[in-house]
Design a binder for this molecule. Structure first.
Ligand code: CMC
Length: 384
């Protein structure tokens, strides 16, 4: 038998490149690129639908392609009423809004007769369906289950972000809020082989369907070390009174060897480039809403002390959670909002994975016992 040479890689696959991808790349020096374009450039100049097209299809759309993509997204906004009827039955259960996204997504599959298809064109259509309907599910699932309110039908004259905020709140957002929200959606859209994307790709690598793969991605994003950090960081910041209190909190947390939420990153060791954009957004917010100045000063203090003490920079979640807070969005929605955008990346990665597939199936370094004798000899087969 041919001898297999196993390759041992670091725990957590740290610094291990596992496959090729042409979707996005994050660089330790503080760069993030989507399909060749730098994140700051896209955040300042693009909008959700255009960047989503870029991520999914690999190139910027021309005017016709963009118009067609936007119309398809709009046509897919409706969600079957039965899904909302199921949501009504889930009121008061032990669920968070991201679980509702997962449940809603899996129910959506039941209404898609080609859920299993893996042809490129069918997958792009499935991606459009999922991106668009997940927004309706998120807004209305939250309204129904957590707010005891009626669902709101999507509007077809509004952009993706605007329509989402409209369904959530029941009123069309002002331009300032919807633009800021839209920029955060660009910042969150993709991030090479992060944990939830890799999860999605693992499921895709078994040639399971796109709904199952994205549902798994949602499960991975929920964790506080990943997307869940934007909620945890905001909750933490709201308990801090001023800059002195920030210093005290960090020193105590580090002394206890606990994590300060919203800091640290597997790739970025100096700067998460998304925080540079997010800080500019926060500065704009302060021009309109000076009541958040204290929060801003506390956040800068956190950055200063974490860098002084551990040389650890803030990550995207540290800044975006508080931005959502200034937009008057409820904290339990922050990770689902991250998902509303990252779903574009998950879909693109799923498609890339199944098109050049090899099942992802590593080996464990088994450290358990061998050669034990099972003590109860029942001999089932000999008695049959
Ligand atoms: N607070 C305090 N210490 C930290 C932090 C933090 N937030 N992050 C890393 N460290 C320390 C860590 O204790 C370790 O120290 P030592 O070498 O002395 O044991 C060292 O820095 C390396 O950290 P690690 O946890 O081994 O690094 P990792 O690459 O395995 O994990 C991380 C990366 C993001 C999971 C981690 O930094 C973390 O838990 N951060 C807090 C949660 C968070 O903000 N997550 C959002 C991640 S970014 C966007 C997203 O994915 O949503």
């Amino acid at each position: 038998m041919e001898r297999i040479e196993y390759v041992r890689v670091p725990k957590g696959l740290e610094n291990v490149i596992v496959d090729k991808s042409s979707i996005s790349v994050s660089d330790p020096e503080g760069e993030l690129i989507y399909r060749g374009y730098e994140i700051g450039d896209l955040a300042e100049n693009s909008f959700f639908e255009e960047t989503a097209y870029l991520i999914l299809k690999g190139k910027l759309p021309n005017e016709d392609e963009l118009g067609d993509f936007i119309s398809k997204l709009k046509r897919e906004r409706d969600v079957p009423d039965e899904i909302f009827e199921i949501f009504i039955k889930l009121k008061g259960k032990y669920l968070t809004p991201i679980d509702v996204q997962r449940i809603g997504l899996e129910l959506l599959m039941a209404y898609d007769e080609k859920w299993y298809s893996q042809s490129y064109d069918d997958l792009i259509l499935r991606a459009i369906k999922i991106i668009s309907k997940l927004a309706t599910i998120t807004a209305n699932g939250y309204r129904i289950i957590f707010k005891n309110k009626e669902p709101i039908k999507p509007r077809y004259d509004l952009g993706h972000s605007e329509n989402f905020l409209y369904m959530l709140k029941g009123e069309v957002p002002d331009n300032f809020s919807s633009r800021i929200f839209d920029i955060t959606m660009i910042l969150y859209m993709d991030h090479d082989f992060n944990a939830s994307t890799f999860t999605t790709r693992c499921v895709g690598s078994t040639l399971s369907d796109i709904y199952s793969a994205i549902s798994a991605g949602l499960g991975a994003l929920k964790g506080p070390l990943h997307g869940g950090a934007n909620e945890k960081a905001t909750e933490m910041l709201l308990k801090i009174k001023d800059e002195n209190d920030a210093e005290r909190y960090i020193m105590e947390t580090l002394a206890k060897k606990e994590k300060v939420m919203g800091f640290g990153h597997r790739v970025y060791k100096k700067l998460d480039p998304r925080t540079a954009v997010a800080k500019k957004i926060f500065a704009k917010i302060l021009e309109k809403k000076p009541q958040y100045l204290n929060m801003y000063k506390i956040m800068l203090k956190f950055e200063e002390v974490m860098w002084r003490e551990r040389k650890i920079p803030a990550n995207v979640d540290f800044w975006i959670g508080p931005i959502y807070y200034t937009l008057d969005l409820d904290i339990p929605l922050y990770t689902p909002l991250f998902a509303l955008s990252r779903v574009v990346g998950w879909a693109a990665h799923y498609i890339e994975q199944v098109q050049e597939n090899k099942i992802i199936r590593p080996k464990a370094d088994y450290v358990g016992p061998r050669g034990l004798n099972f003590p109860y000899k029942r001999n089932w087969l000999s008695k049959l």
